[in-house]
Design a protein around this ligand. Sequence first.
Ligand code: ASP
Length: 600
Amino acid sequence: MLKSHNCGELNTNHAGEKVTLAGWVHRRRDHGGKVFIDLRDREGIVQVVFNPQVSQDAYEVAGSLRGEYVIQVNGEVAIRPKGTENPKLATGHIEVVAKEATVLNPSKTPPFYITEDEEIEESLCLKNRYLYLRRPRLKDNLILRYRVTKFIRDFLDARGFVEIETPILIKSTPEGARDYLVPSRLNPGKFYALPQSPQQLKQLLMVAGFDKYFQIARCFRDEDLRADRQPEFTQLDLEMSFVQMQDILEVMEKLFASLVKAVKPGARLLEPFPRLSYREAMEKYGTDKPDIRFGLEIKDISDIAANTDFQVFRSALDNNGQVKGICVPGCAHYTRHQLDELTDLAKSCGALGLMAMAFVGETMTPDAVKSAASKYLSPGQLKEIADRFQAKPADLLLVVADKPAVVNKTLDELRRQMAQRLNLADSNLLAFAFVLDFPFLEWSQAENRWEPMHHPFTAPRWEDVPLLDSEPARVRGQHYDVVCNGYELGSGSIRIHDRGFQERVFSFLGYSKEETERRFGGFLEALEYGAPPHGGIAIGLDRLVMLLAGERSIREVIAFPKNQNAVDVMLDSPSYVDKHQLDELNLKLKREIVRHNDKE
Ligand code: ASP
């Protein structure tokens, strides 16, 4: 190799040793007739001193060095003179005295600092991704990602799981998003779909008898990338036969708890992982992916509001709405401007407005309540409301009166916002929790039909099956989610393993017999050959690593992410292709696109 040691591994035990290092010039300083280079490689940084008295040649090479040049240095490890140690650096007690130096490759000046972690424009950081990845934080994130997948593989291997690859060129499998399609050259006019998940394939592996399967699987969903999403992402995909929900949750809880202890030993967990029903999550937090690191729980005051003359409350309730709120400790002093900001936030969630009640007095008497609603509420009603929230002097109630979906969305948003402002969430806590008892179906207003809450392969709670035709909204699914710190980390379910029932569900969801056969014929047939009872889960690996790395975007834990338009700006993909390639695929572009294509 061109080096004998890694930069970051040197310490006082190496004093006096001759070493050869190779890496990038991180920083250069000229100082008192000497040149100091911080030399960086994957393992860290070490200081190299170029002293003309030791080697005039090396000193001259050092003079020509600029940031990000790749160099090789021969030298000797020396203990740093007293008072010049750098406790911030792992190698800060030693330096390498250069005897020879060679420039292996110069570098253009990078468009942003590698040495500083300041924020840079997104297009720049995606276009020069290989430079961005040189930043120590990003490097650490990718190494953490590797450690996480390695841990997962070892953990599952020790428990009898086998990793099996499934194809990327498959047939559409419904997960609620649009498919990426790939035209088939050998089958003109036909298309493969890239997997939105390996759902049907992993179930077929259960039919094949594999019993415990997992895969670190790439999935593809052609969605608008509004939130922090990527068109391709990675799942820990897992399936087990002869199990019930408890068995899957147990494996996941053990996996997450031991993973966190291994890769993030300082982090705190809530153990055992809390389990809440979908209903409880919606009632307390207004969302099915609650951040349970802090309270600020939602309370329903519709019953109290129903007895008031306050028009805002009344009209919401008359329109099948609700009146709910959260109690924010110590914020009664909020100014008009601060309250206006919160009202704007509420409006951005679709609410008509936000009603604040500030408990400004020393005691909880009605005249100590500052609110537009006070004059419509009797002292008894004010007290009842304060009691419901267990509000104390100096607290601020934020109340929303609207349709349930709007109330939930708004209070979820306000809850997160206030927790952030008041720094209520322990950043050292990874609050994993399971959300259970989801409804089996949800009504799609847009499509005017029932849709599966998870996907159509999910089994309902068997005892609820009789309700399927009469009261579908009340049927619960055998579907579970893992959430952590306000993010949905993954979903899974016990599956339907009986052809007849699976067909019934497809038909309930509005698939015709022909469509069911065309889309799922092969899969349904497999269920007739002794398909075992089975269930599984898939965990978003990008998001899991993001949380473990303490990052706020999955892009910071993905080596080569795409931008908001699903474009890889570094390799310029997607891109136009030659006409003969389209001909081979029997594809023809629309005229206006052809013109564009020609210009390229
Ligand atoms: N295939 C599902 C998903 O991608 C997970 C599962 O049910 O195992 O969300």
